[in-house]
Design a protein. Structure first.
Length: 212
C-alpha cells in the first residue's frame, strides 16, 4: 500500500525495508497481531520506504525493548550519516536524544526556549563534585566553613553531597585534604557532568521558574 502511495518504483523496496527493520519473521502477520514494538518498527518502515531526504519522527523507540532501541537509533544514525537524511525527532527520552542528535531544541509549554548544537551543549553542561561520607550534615558544615556550599541530594537509594564550586570541581584534592585534616575522610569523591535531562530541567527552570 505504501509503495503505491509513495509512488516507489524500486521493486525491491519492500524487501529492503523489511530487512532493514528486521521484520522478516512477521511478513505474513496482520498488523493487529503485531506487538507494540514491532508495530513501531512497521511505522518506521512505512516512513522510510521511499527513502525520504527529510524524516519527522515522534517517539520512534516507543514500545521497543532495549535491543530494539539500539537497532532503531543505529538505523537513524546510519540514515543521517550515509544516506544524507535530515531527521527531526520529537521525544521525551532525553538519554536517547543525547546519543544521536547533532542539534537539540527544547520546547516548553509549546514555546521554543533553547536551540543548541552538540558542541555548544558539551560546553554548557555543568560539572559538579559528589562526596559521600559519614555524617553528611557535619561534612556540609565543614565545607561551608571553608567557603564551599554543598547540598545533600538523592543518589539512588542513598544520598550524597553535591558541590558546584568551580574550584572544588577543578581541584578535588583540595576537598579531600580539607576533610581529612578535619577528621572526615570521604568514602567517595567523584566529578560528574550534567546529562541532557538535568540540562533540560535547568533550562526550563531558568526560563520560567520550573515545571508546572
Amino acid at each position: 500500500m505504501f509503495v503505491s502511495l509513495r509512488a516507489v518504483k524500486d521493486k525491491d523496496s519492500v524487501n529492503w525495508v523489511i530487512k532493514k527493520l528486521k521484520l522478516e519473521k512477521y511478513e505474513s502477520k496482520k498488523v493487529k497481531h503485531l506487538s507494540l514494538g514491532n508495530a513501531q518498527r512497521l511505522g518506521i518502515a512505512k516512513a522510510i520506504i521511499h527513502k525520504p531526504k527529510i524524516l519527522l519522527l515522534d517517539e520512534p523507540t516507543n514500545g521497543l525493548d532495549p535491543a530494539g532501541i539500539v537497532e532503531v537509533l543505529n538505523l537513524l544514525m546510519d540514515l543521517a550519516k550515509n544516506s544524507g537524511v535530515t531527521i527531526l525527532v520529537s521525544s521525551h527520552k532525553l538519554n536517547e536524544i543525547s546519543r544521536i542528535a547533532t542539534n537539540i531544541a527544547i520546547i516548553h509549554d509549546g514555546e521554543l526556549i533553547k536551540k543548541i548544537d552538540r558542541k555548544q551543549l558539551e560546553h554548557e553542561l555543568k560539572k559538579y563534585l559528589l562526596i559521600d561520607g559519614k555524617d553528611k550534615n557535619t561534612i556540609k558544615s565543614v565545607l561551608y566553613k571553608f567557603g564551599y556550599k554543598a547540598n545533600i541530594v538523592s543518589n539512588g537509594n542513598s544520598s550524597v553531597l553535591q558541590i558546584h564550586n568551580e574550584d572544588a570541581v577543578k581541584n578535588p584534592e583540595k576537598i579531600v585534604t580539607l576533610l581529612v585534616n578535619n577528621g572526615y575522610r570521604p568514602k567517595m569523591l567523584k566529578i560528574k557532568k550534567e546529562d541532557l535531562e538535568e540540562y533540560f530541567l535547568r533550562s526550563i527552570e531558568e526560563f520560567g521558574g520550573g515545571l508546572k
